[in-house]
Design a protein around this ligand. Structure first.
Ligand code: ADP
Ligand code: ZN
Ligand code: MG
Length: 515
């Protein structure tokens, strides 16, 4: 599916998207309604007890830490915290849920009516088209506010493993196994308003939300392991139309790229159905990342199919103001506040602040380095992290957590370039050696005898030689071809094995050529 095709579709059609995001509270010690440990993987069916296996007569005891974590999530996304709430039973038969119901929340969830502002950088067609009303910047970037309908708490299901056929697929499997280790893991579900208008906005929202959850420390938010799962509801309508179209829900997108690509495919599919005079059916569709297409999975269940009723084994909750305020007191600095602080406190451009604060470990690394180097080097350190360090980490497929060089080493590198000990070119070499050996820059400079020559006497000697050897270029320069300065600098640097201070070389050359 091409972006070009999407661009064409978007001229006529406007996408409307709402997300439903499940997050396992992996940082909890125990499951939602029993004392079994919360951990990923493990020997199947070893972390189970009568409660999470749904044995008759076993009674649930709610996990207070999980409730507090849900309230914290609500406060972080500006939700109202409902003072009266309760759990409901959602009844259904799936083999991965031995009770035949899931304890969830229905019309009285813990958190309602929140919002999250999402910055979208201009990248062409996958963003919103009518950004003018959002006050988009010249480069096309803008911020949009996505409403959050609710956040509720429930328990996760077990996991089915289909064996004998094509790996992981029901079709062709000879039999299925079930692992209840995950059953009963505390799970929050966040539902957004249908405020999202493009696949790119959906991706940005999910990434932003993940960063908020990581900042709160409630989950590892690992999409591959399924601790963060995003389902997308999408419909399209003619531009200018105010009524929503019929939506389809896409499941099984286990990366941000899959979310983006799945939506892109589905928008174009719906446009083609409608353009050919057909109708979009309300259904659940499965994203196949390999085939790059969605396919119908099942027709959509309705709330009444689940026969929700109040969970009779637990009393309703009444949250006091003191409780909510106590939880609010635990809110850490949120991504948006941190981004603003990086701009105001370190004098960074918005883009630098955005990138540095999008990764908690990178931000912490950066702050350590600046604390040592002083604020006047804040931009130089940001440059090094966003360019050389990021390029290196990408090439190795690792995060800053696995980076071999310490913040002190980075500070030293920035300092020796700034005070002219080595040139920018030599710094690249030192950086390469540093990442390979973990040595400090000073040790590498010493070992390689890599001092930069700033002594103008030594430089003058070479400059004189270069001027004498290139009379026609000298004449051209003096005749007005100032651009030749680069040629002369190159010659001097080459003669000095790249070790001359380019600033001094420039000064001496200009003086001699013009004098
Ligand atoms: P349902 O009753 O089918 O579960 P909800 O109204 O509860 O639908 O909404 C579920 C999700 O779908 C929400 O994220 C909501 O924003 C989104 N949504 C609702 N209507 C539409 C629509 N017409 N197009 C796209 N998304 C929609
Ligand atoms: Zn248990
Ligand atoms: Mg619903």
């Amino acid at each position: 599916m091409h972006k070009d095709r999407l661009a064409e579709v978007l001229e006529t059609w406007e996408p409307v998207i709402g997300l439903e995001i499940h997050t396992e509270l992996t940082s909890m010690n125990t499951k939602m309604f029993c004392g079994c440990p919360v951990e990923f993987g493990g020997e199947p069916n070893t972390r189970v007890c009568p409660v999470c296996l749904g044995m008759p007569g076993a009674l649930p005891v709610p996990n207070q830490a999980a409730i507090e974590a849900t309230v914290l999530c609500g406060l972080a996304t500006e939700c109202d915290i409902e003072r009266d709430s309760q759990f409901h039973r959602k009844n259904y038969f799936y083999p991965d849920m031995p009770k035949d119901y899931q304890i969830s929340q229905y019309d009285r969830p813990f958190c309602t009516d929140g919002r999250l502002d999402v910055a979208v950088e201009g990248d062409g067609v996958t963003q919103r088209i009518d950004t003018a009303e959002l006050g988009a910047a010249e480069d096309g970037s803008y911020t949009t506010r996505i409403g959050i309908t609710r956040i509720h708490l429930e328990e996760d299901t077990g996991k089915m493993v289909h064996v004998g056929g094509t790996e992981g697929r029901i079709a062709g499997a000879t039999h299925s196994l079930v692992d209840f280790n995950r059953a009963g893991t505390p799970l929050i579900e966040l539902v957004t308003e249908p405020d999202i208008r493009s696949p790119e906005e959906a991706r940005r929202f999910a990434q932003r939300l993940r960063l908020v959850w990581l900042t709160l420390g409630i989950s590892d938010c690992n999409m591959e392991e399924g601790s963060l799962r995003v389902d997308a509801n999408v419909s399209i309508r003619k531009r200018g139309e105010t009524e929503f179209g019929t939506k389809a829900e896409i499941k099984n997108m286990n990366s941000f790229k899959a979310l983006h690509d799945g939506l892109l495919y589905e928008i174009v599919r719906q446009a083609e159905v409608l353009e050919q005079g057909g109708t979009v059916i309300q259904e659940t569709r499965h994203w196949d990342a390999g085939a790059k297409r969605t396919s119908a999975l099942r027709s959509k269940e309705e709330a009444h199919d689940y026969r929700y009723f109040p969970e009779p084994d637990m009393v309703p909750f009444e949250f006091s103001d003191e409780f909510v305020e106590e939880v609010r007191g635990r809110l850490p600095e949120l991504p948006e506040a941190k981004r603003a602080r990086f701009i105001a406190g370190y004098g960074l451009p918005p883009h630098d602040a955005m990138v540095l604060t999008s990764d908690l470990e990178l931000a912490a690394y950066y702050e350590k380095a600046v604390a040592q180097a002083g604020n006047e080097r804040a931009k130089a350190i940001s440059n090094l992290l966003l360019n050389d360090v990021s390029a290196y980490l990408n090439s190795q497929g690792i995060g800053i957590g696995e980076f071999g060089a310490s913040p002190s080493a980075i500070v030293e590198l920035v300092t020796v370039v700034e005070d002219g000990t080595i040139s920018g070119k030599q710094a690249k070499e030192v950086f390469t050696q540093m990442t390979a050996s973990g040595e400090m820059p000073s040790a590498i400079i010493e070992r390689l005898g890599m001092k930069q020559v700033s002594d103008s006497g030594a430089i003058e000697e070479v400059v004189d030689r270069v001027i004498a050897a290139n009379p026609s270029e000298v004449e051209a320069y003096r005749g007005g071809k100032q651009g030749l300065i680069g040629f002369f600098v190159g010659q001097v640097m080459r003669e000095m094995g790249g070790q001359a201070n380019p600033k001094v070389v420039n000064e001496v050359l200009r003086r001699k050529l013009e004098g």
